[in-house]
Design a protein around this ligand. Structure first.
Ligand code: SAH
Length: 246
């Protein structure tokens, strides 16, 4: 069996396994799931809960609001789902984590899959993060009520990059964030709409001119909207050396 015959394997640890595959069961990711390009196993942390009520959480040490997921319960769930020699990275969805990037998504998609832990309540006992080697990943600077939707975001971003999932390989290469740039604007028919026309260059059939126009648009949008991205300086440096004609 070659690597490409082995499905990209996702295991989710959650208190709400019924949230999976959810939206990933339809469209491209759903078709790929059916074809076996990737596999998804959502396991309930509560199976490892304690006592008659299968308790998974407890009050925070030191006091304060809310509840914290217990490290012993979560560790038991992780150990049952993933043996020590499991090569897959172990992610913990967390607003404190390193923000997810397209580069990280690409690396994840090229690997064997991922184990993803979804937090709830105030979060998880800090000790299980080091104790089980969890990599904290954030999907943005806002707080969700649980890690499930964040995990779906990670999975969606990875699965669409798996071989054969997207129709045209090219569409995975030329889009936002690849090369540190936001993507150029798209247009399709009708040619004129409510007094707005498609830019002439796109209808001219001059492929070099089209490529140049798209590059300039991407650089302009990136400089305007996302000066923090690597590609943002390119529009500025180009205008110093003189812009190319369009
Ligand atoms: N008290 C925590 C927030 C807990 S939110 C804090 O202030 O940092 C509950 C759970 O939702 C988290 O454990 C995490 O798994 C998930 N979550 C919330 N926001 C997230 C984000 N931006 N990215 C990834 N996961 C998030």
């Amino acid at each position: 069996m070659t690597h490409t015959d082995t499905p990209w394997r996702a295991t989710i640890l959650t208190l709400y396994p019924e949230m999976f595959p959810g939206p990933l069961g339809i469209s491209l990711s759903g078709d790929a799931l059916t074809r076996g390009t990737w596999s998804l196993e959502a396991r309930n942390i509560r199976e490892h809960g304690l006592g008659r009520h299968r308790a998974v959480d407890d009050t925070p040490a030191g006091g304060g609001a809310g509840m914290v997921l217990r490290c012993d319960v979560l560790a038991a769930a992780i150990d049952a789902a993933s043996p020590p020699d499991d090569p897959r990275p172990r992610l913990l969805m967390s607003p404190r984590g390193r923000p997810l990037t397209q580069a990280r998504v690409r690396t994840l998609a090229e690997g064997p899959g991922a184990l993803i832990v979804c937090g709830r309540f105030e979060g998880v006992d800090e000790r299980v993060i080091a104790g089980r080697g969890l990599e904290e990943v954030s999907i943005g600077d806002y707080v969700l009520s649980g890690g499930e939707i964040a995990a779906l975001v990670v999975l969606d971003a990875c699965v669409r990059l798996l071989p054969g999932v997207m129709g045209k390989v090219q569409s995975g290469i030329e889009e936002s964030f690849e090369g540190g740039l936001l993507e150029y604007p798209h247009y399709t028919r009708p040619r004129d709409w409510e007094g707005r026309a498609i830019p002439d260059v796109l209808s001219g059939g001059n492929h070099a001119a089209i490529a140049r126009w798209r590059r300039e648009q991407a650089e302009r949008l990136t400089a305007e909207r996302r000066p923090d991205l690597d590609g943002a300086g390119q529009a500025a440096s180009r205008s110093i050396t003189g812009p190319s004609r369009s």
